[in-house]
Design a protein around this ligand. Sequence first.
Ligand code: NAX
Length: 323
Amino acid sequence: SKAPVVVAITGGAGQIAYSLLPPLLSGSVFGPDQPVKLQLLDIEPAMTALSGVVMECEDLAYPLYAGAVGTSDPMVAFADADYAIFLGAFPRKEGMERKDVMEKNVGIFNSQGSALKGAKPGVKCLVVGNPANTNAAILASASGVPKENITCLTRLDHNRARAMVAIKAGAAVDAVSGVIIWGNHSSTQYPDVRHATVEGKKVLDVLASDWLEGEFVTTVQKRGAAIIAARKLSSAASAAKAICDHMRDWVQGTGDGFVSMGVFTDGSKYGVPAGICYSLPCKCAGGEWTVVDGLPIDDFSRAAMDKTKAELEEELELAKSLL
Ligand code: NAX
């Protein structure tokens, strides 16, 4: 049988991790014959809770389970990791300035970046903890991991957009393809349906453009906040599913079509400068992503793509000033 892959997960005692660990151990992400070893990191006060999570990983009794470790030491968590999923971040608390939250997260991702040096050389990283795109940029500079191996999660936004189009058109979700999330995982993100189809027809020909350019865009942009308002907790089941989709596609390939991933590019595509982690349409094959280049961009899209780019540049500048 295959040697296990080592998957490091930060924020292992949190609510997304609780929904994420079962599918990771089931074979649906890394393959049906691929054993998985988990290395779960959380902060010291969460160690008792984390020990319970480790017990449940055993009790799932999945045949691919190859062990689970719970630790508060990043060096232990990242040692020999093939994959690293960063869920842990400092949440914004009432009365905190944006700058103060950023400072906490810059500290976390800077020090975890150093510890990531103990991972396997080809370690593939996914940053989920917010501000995800900018945390990914800090991680990239602190870790020395090649930029193509550091991504951030915008698949949840992508899935939200795809599902919303399907529901509106009265179609199955897998009949919708080609939606794109551009930019930041924040309320400036641009959910784009200009290249999307539903049941083989252009979405622009099927759904009203005032809905597509108005309510659709703002609903996707504010979906995270709507879930917090309703549930008093942020999205967890759908976030975990999106993480599985992102990692499975990265590792096993996208086949036809493309998906949205927060990635670092060289500055030559879609007017996105090098150095920021910006969500783009990507295809994956052989464990590598490539940007789907050359899609025509109209004025409406260009303005929205530039707005979210400007926010990311400003965020990164703030983050760097706090290093
Ligand atoms: P929880 O608060 O339930 O869990 C976070 C866990 O991280 C806690 O157990 C906490 O103790 C731990 N943690 C904090 N600092 C740490 C550190 N320095 N090292 C290791 N662990 C640390 O949050 P949860 O709902 O699981 O969400 C996790 C993160 O995902 C949040 O930052 C959230 O904002 C972000 N999200 C990002 C999404 C995306 O699409 N990019 C969507 C879902 C989610 O909102």
